[in-house]
Design a protein around this ligand. Structure first.
Ligand SMILES: *[C@@H]1O[C@H](CO)[C@@H](O)[C@H](O)[C@H]1NC(C)=O
Ligand SMILES: *[C@@H]1O[C@H](CO)[C@@H](O)[C@H](O)[C@H]1NC(C)=O
Ligand SMILES: *[C@@H]1O[C@H](CO)[C@@H](O)[C@H](O)[C@H]1NC(C)=O
Ligand SMILES: *[C@@H]1O[C@H](CO)[C@@H](O)[C@H](O)[C@H]1NC(C)=O
Length: 370
């Protein structure tokens, strides 16, 4: 990932060449009205934080709810104009090699590049998504907190009303060997996006297929963040709009699906044995499956079994409006800052009547009910 010459990296590279043009203004505003190029300043009490990975499906999102769109696909000025017209922020993706940021000079230039890129694209902040391993006693541990502090300071200073957020694992207990200063990072940015999914990335017990985001496990993560002293107002709950398709080595009568042992960061098994599948694909498959949709009471999540053309059994675990509503209720009851998902493009935005209904229900499940 880090070595790919993606668009932001190229833009950053070309930035020094563009600097004279930049100081004369960030270029013509691409929106129908100049006002739409202004950063969003208004802050709403409840955040609905959306990851967008590209394509044009954003046109069909439920904009009555969205407060922030993190652009993880190619930059699209049309999306920026549209989001601004709805009062929603559009933020950059921030990822950087942690070895590099130990050097304060490197940090400063990385931040300057990001601020310039955000200004050039009329964006409202940055979502820092570092999922790298960090040793508790390493220089990277402190450098990462410093990076977040300095990024926030610079963005807030240079772009009024801008937002700086940081993505964290479902639990603060060094998931995937990520030893981060969670309280320091939470204090240094506007809020944390808690990735309450991929919760089977390290399976320490039996190697069997399980839910992407089991209810109890998800809630344990939040209670651990809050116990550390992080305010619920600094936490966004990230829910998955995708599931995992596991090939079962064998499938028992009571639906236990043994999976291949694929180690991950010290754990003997992991969800890397499965394939991630978007909700729209799952919805096309579930009715024709062997089992139909089943509900697991312990994990409060749906799953189904199917047989592939080669005769192998698969078990697919996912989240649907039922499992998501339960978590959204927690967001409301514990006064978290908001909710969001990975990722908004996962739904079926076609004209098909059934797909439209399913898509509407997924957006609807984010709304906390009384
Ligand atoms: C975490 O970061 C905060 C803010 O920079 C700092 O005060 C604190 O000492 C750090 N904690 C650890 C354990 O390093
Ligand atoms: C199912 O597969 C697992 C892992 O290969 C094995 O340990 C177990 O004995 C198998 N069970 C049955 C009923 O075949
Ligand atoms: C799948 O089954 C559900 C519930 O029985 C039904 O509402 C839905 O229309 C079915 N979907 C398809 C594509 O047949
Ligand atoms: C989930 O948590 C509740 C409340 O703490 C508890 O009563 C229940 O037994 C737990 N379920 C599982 C499957 O761990």
């Amino acid at each position: 990932m880090a070595l790919r010459w993606d668009l932001p990296a190229l833009t950053a590279l070309l930035l020094p060449l563009l600097a004279p043009a930049l100081s004369a203004g960030a270029g013509a505003c691409p929106c129908s009205e100049a006002a739409l190029c202004r950063p969003v300043r208004h802050r709403r009490d409840f955040e609905v934080f959306v990851f967008d990975v590209g394509q044009k499906t954003w046109k069909y999102y439920d904009w009555s709810q969205i407060t922030t769109v993190a652009v993880f696909g190619k930059y699209d000025s049309e999306l920026m104009c549209y989001a601004h017209s709805k009062g929603a922020r559009v933020v950059l993706k921030g990822d950087v090699s942690l070895k590099d940021i130990i050097d304060p000079t490197f940090r400063a230039s990385w931040i300057a590049q990001k601020v310039n890129l955000a200004k050039m694209q009329y964006m409202d902040g940055i979502n820092i998504d570092i999922e790298q391993e960090v040793d508790c006693l390493s220089p990277e541990y402190e450098a990462l907190t410093a990076l977040v502090e300095e990024t926030t300071q610079r963005f807030h200073h240079e772009i009024q009303g801008s937002q700086v957020t940081f993505d964290v694992a479902w639990s603060p207990k060094n998931i995937d060997k990520r030893c981060y200063n969670y309280t320091g990072i939470a204090g240094a940015c506007d809020f944390l996006f808690v990735m309450s999914y991929d919760e089977q990335s390290q399976i320490w017990s039996e190697c069997i297929a399980a839910a992407n985001a089991p209810y109890n496990q998800t809630l344990t993560g939040y209670s651990d963040y809050i116990k550390m002293g992080i305010s619920p107002k600094k936490l966004i709950m990230g829910v998955p709009w995708y599931g995992y398709d596991y090939t079962c080595l064998n499938l028992s009568q009571d639906d236990v699906c043994n999976i291949e042992k694929v180690p991950f960061r010290g754990a003997p098994c992991s969800d890397a044995a499965g394939l991630q599948v978007p909700y729209k694909v799952i919805m096309k498959q579930v009715n024709s499956s062997v089992s139909g949709s089943q509900w697991n009471k312990d994990q409060q999540a749906p799953y189904y079994n199917y047989q592939d053309p080669a005769g192998h059994f698969h078990q697919v675990w996912y989240d649907n409006p039922q499992s998501i509503s339960l978590k959204a209720a927690y967001v409301k009851n514990y006064g978290l800052r908001g909710i969001g998902m990975w990722n908004a493009n996962s739904l079926d935005y076609s004209e098909d009547a059934l797909a439209r209904q399913q898509t509407k229900e997924m957006w609807g499940a984010l709304k906390p009910r009384l």
